[in-house]
Design a protein around this ligand. Sequence first.
Ligand code: NAP
Length: 259
Amino acid sequence: MITQNYLSRLFSLEGSTALVTGGSSGIGRAVAGALARAGASVVVVARGEAALAATVEELVADGCRAAWVSADLGTREGVRSAAEEAVRAFGEPDILVNCAGVNLRPPMDELGEDVWATTMAVNLEAPFLLGQRFGPGMARRGFGRIIHVTSQQAHRAFVQSGAYGVSKGGLESLARSQAEAWSPSGVTCNTLVPGFVMTPLNARLADDPEKVAALAARTMTGRNGLAEDFEGAAVFLASRASAYVTGQSVFVDGGLSVH
Ligand SMILES: NC(=O)c1ccc[n+]([C@@H]2O[C@H](COP(=O)([O-])OP(=O)(O)OC[C@H]3O[C@@H](n4cnc5c(N)ncnc54)[C@H](OP(=O)(O)O)[C@@H]3O)[C@@H](O)[C@H]2O)c1
């Protein structure tokens, strides 16, 4: 009982509300599930309705509180309407997870304005706009958790980093700017930095077993990431336990970045 109370005091998200973009697939789906199972009421936002509905169905079947909003976060209007629709489910969020992302990686010479614009809109501008919408309210209420999902390419360029790396580098800076602004009011802002995780985002690579094995060999753990590897770190960053962790990049990459 002492253990349970202790863990609850540190990590329980009971009574809180979370909005998870990209919560219908891959890392975002695992994070949404983790926050919901830790007690938060969770709204998942993405475009595809079938995957959103399936995610929420699974969580509700497990006794969690969850809802979904279908929206294109690649337009400012889409972001605004997603935010307003999301608060109708469980109220203003205490936890915002920006996990929706696109991974368009043409060679630099062929990187056109369309790919640049889409990448910046989904990967960087949507997190900024959602932060502007929800960060000040969190600060007024004296508690908030903003978690962005970035990438190794935020820290070094490799495999045609291009616009993707720029967007993720910007997202790391956005976390620090938000942390500077709102941490004094109890709102921490951090990033989760994946290595290589087998999800629909990089299905292309999954067809090349040699490349997949080479990526696994670059980690210290000897394997590539799984979406569920993000569950514990997400609950920690969303919980009261992380009150003194802000403006940080938390690498969940099996040691890839330091090998
Ligand atoms: N997998 C990796 O190895 C890896 C490595 C480094 C970083 N990351 C980052 O981790 C995050 C999650 O990636 P993942 O691998 O889990 O990918 P994923 O399984 O493809 O999931 C991406 C999610 O984003 C949503 N999304 C994409 N474009 C959207 C848009 N315009 N509007 C609304 N939602 C949109 C997708 O739903 P819809 O398509 O239905 O909209 C989906 O829910 C991304 O930010 C990615 O950059 C992944």
